[in-house]
Design a protein around this ligand. Structure first.
Ligand SMILES: *Cc1c(COP(=O)(O)O)cnc(C)c1O
Length: 402
């Protein structure tokens, strides 16, 4: 007779098979148990034919990866513990000392900081290109360029680039094109098939997604994904992922699996409310410019229209305003502080609306011509009712910017 302590660990009971429920079960493991030593030696995780160690995948992470491939139209997916970790994983998988990476001037800030920090220290150089000028990208690609980042729309300033043209340039020059697809989320357009219906698919090589935003949808999970259709790129990502040990927690993976079924509906709700508030913001004389790709006149609107207008015409849940330069930075801060429903905080994609004032001078070397003078304020629209958010904005404007 084994001791009770041992029996509670090596218990003989197995629940009957065939349990089914709307949500998949959560499998948590560092150790994975093999049936025998031969299996331990032979099992392969890289093609997902088996399990070997928690870090290399579990039924929970494999399932999330496959669903994300479906969402974005990819073939292989690797999960990372944050969106930024997914960006770093992409760079570290594809770049080595002596290589160069090109980054759009309106890219997600921490991506630029990574290039100036670790990548530079590893002997990988970087250069910024004008996201709104494909010719500038073409001119900057050199024999050292091994990776081009793309972002649509750009972070904070939300210019919408000519994605198709930039992907064509990368293909013609044989440089890997990686898109930060957090904004489009696999819903506004298809990153691997930018012109559905065309004879041959035109698409990015890699799509990186901060699952922290819409796929999580709760403002409570950090996670990222790297997706590709290429078998050879996927193998690089898997091996670097393994060597860096970038595992994700099963409970976090489950939270994203739980939120995915409602993602398209949430995205549409964010989108509708955002457009209503952005359109209303255009009528306010405190704001000299409203940045939102679906608004005619917003930088890159025509590009957005030709890429995203088929189908539902997604435009996500972000818009920014330029507050008239006659209001000091302090007054703009006071406006943000006066908002009650909009909370002050980074990130987006959750139920709660958020606001952040940005210092453009810190974010861009030179102020782009298409951006008006003044202080930029970015709104991330949650799932509240538009009229309530508008009333909150009206109240704060009257109190702080009158
Ligand atoms: C938030 C965000 C990221 C990073 O995601 P984290 O999970 O916060 O690290 C990357 N790119 C874009 C465009 C983002 O908005």
């Amino acid at each position: 007779m084994t001791d009770l302590t041992t029996s509670l660990i090596h218990h003989a009971y197995l629940p009957p098979e065939g349990f089914a429920a709307p949500q998949p079960g959560v499998f948590k493991a560092s150790t994975v148990i093999f049936p025998n030593v031969a299996a331990m030696r032979n099992f392969e995780w890289k093609d997902k034919s088996a399990y070997t160690y928690g870090l290399h995948g579990t039924p929970t992470t494999y399932m999330l990866e496959e669903r994300l491939c479906t969402l974005e139209g990819g073939k292989h997916c690797v999960l990372a513990p944050s969106g930024l970790a997914a960006i770093a994983l992409t760079a570290l998988s594809l770049l080595k000392s002596g290589d160069e990476v090109l980054i759009p001037d309106n890219a997600y800030g921490p991506s630029k900081v990574l290039a100036a920090g670790e990548l530079k220290a590893f002997g990988i150089s970087h250069s910024f290109y004008d996201a709104m000028n494909p010719e500038d990208l073409a001119a900057k690609i050199s024999t050292h360029t091994k990776l081009v980042w793309l972002e649509a729309a750009g972070s904070v300033t939300l210019e919408f680039p000519d994605l198709c043209e930039m992907v064509r340039i990368c293909k013609a020059r044989d440089v890997t094109a990686a898109l930060d697809n957090t904004w489009g989320a696999g819903l506004a357009f298809s990153p691997f098939d930018l012109m559905p219906g065309a004879d041959s698919p035109l698409g990015v090589d890699v799509s990186v997604h901060a699952l922290t935003k819409y796929p999580s949808g709760g403002g409570d999970v950090l996670m990222g994904s790297v997706i590709t259709r290429s078998d050879s790129l996927a193998m690089k990502f898997k091996l670097t992922h393994m060597r860096l040990g970038l595992g994700v927690g099963a409970n976090d993976a489950e939270a994203v699996l739980r939120s995915l079924p409602s993602m398209a509906l949430r995205y549409r709700a964010h989108d509708e409310t955002t457009r209503a508030l952005a359109t209303w913001s255009q009528t306010r004389r405190e704001f000299t410019q409203v940045l939102h790709p679906s608004l005619p006149g917003s930088p890159g609107h025509e590009n957005w229209k030709s890429l995203c207008k088929s189908g539902a015409g997604g435009a996500a849940g972000l818009f920014s305003v330029m507050v008239d330069a006659r209001f000091s930075r302090d007054r703009v801060d006071a406006f943000c502080d006066a908002l009650k429903l909009f909370k002050i905080g980074y990130s987006w994609g959750g139920p709660m609306s958020l606001v952040v004032p940005y210092d453009l001078a810190q974010m861009r070397g030179t102020r782009p011509q298409h951006l008006h003078e003044g202080t930029l304020v970015r709104f991330s629209i949650g799932l509240e009712v538009a009229a309530d958010l508008q009333a909150d904005l009206e109240h704060a404007l009257a109190g702080a910017l009158s």
